[in-house]
Design a protein around this ligand. Sequence first.
Ligand SMILES: NC(=O)c1ccc[n+]([C@@H]2O[C@H](COP(=O)([O-])OP(=O)(O)OC[C@H]3O[C@@H](n4cnc5c(N)ncnc54)[C@H](OP(=O)(O)O)[C@@H]3O)[C@@H](O)[C@H]2O)c1
Length: 218
Amino acid sequence: MKQRILILGAGKVGTALGLAWLRAGHDVRFGVPVPDSTKYPALPAGRLQPASALRDAQLVVLAVPWAAASTALAALGDLNGVIVIDCTNPLGMGQNGLQLTLGFDTSGAEQLAQHAPGASLFKTLNQTGAENMADAGAYTATPVMFVAGDDSRHKPLVLQLVADLGFDAIDAGPLRAARLLEPLAMLWIDLATKLGHPRDFAFARVRHHPSPQPEAPQ
Ligand SMILES: NC(=O)c1ccc[n+]([C@@H]2O[C@H](COP(=O)([O-])OP(=O)(O)OC[C@H]3O[C@@H](n4cnc5c(N)ncnc54)[C@H](OP(=O)(O)O)[C@@H]3O)[C@@H](O)[C@H]2O)c1
């Protein structure tokens, strides 16, 4: 079913997701700080709008830097009944380079949910690089993308939107599971930025199919 999606941020993640969902037939708008800027040549004309206008979007996708996320949400005003998809990772610079700035007993997603009372917030689309999100169906094995959130009524819709991108969309449980999904994203980031793995990889779920056993001799 066609969804009205507002993507906050038209950087690497916002552009990849927005263009893929447009191809899948959804109605996508991009909320950006300066809508008449010429720095978004990849985006279709007429789809840029001020980042503070919710208009009639049913879904808001947070694709802004972590430091801007709570302000960007607050700028939208009343989010009662709105679905929010949080793609951010709470990153900052530490002693060993880029690292999570919080975790284990909370998560970025749970903190953001407190800035959006009445909204249904889901954590997903944070677990692989932006360049792998637009055409996830093109992998040798379907990449996995976990979805965490407390709203079981709207979770199937979010899982479908993630599947529309070509992912193996898996329910990871309540929003507190974001405490696991943000470190999973950090593992991807470390592999890609510190351990030399080309960025075109994603995690996948593979199933064990036992090979047929040879028949016992008669
Ligand atoms: N890059 C990845 O591979 C990747 C993968 C998974 C998750 N993430 C997460 O996704 C988020 C976005 O990452 P990205 O790589 O797409 O970042 P990016 O390329 O730097 O883009 C960020 C976008 O957010 C916009 N922005 C900043 N403040 C805003 C506000 N208040 N309202 C609306 N838009 C605002 C920026 O606008 P201007 O251009 O005008 O500054 C820019 O378009 C981050 O939290 C990141 O951790 C990234």
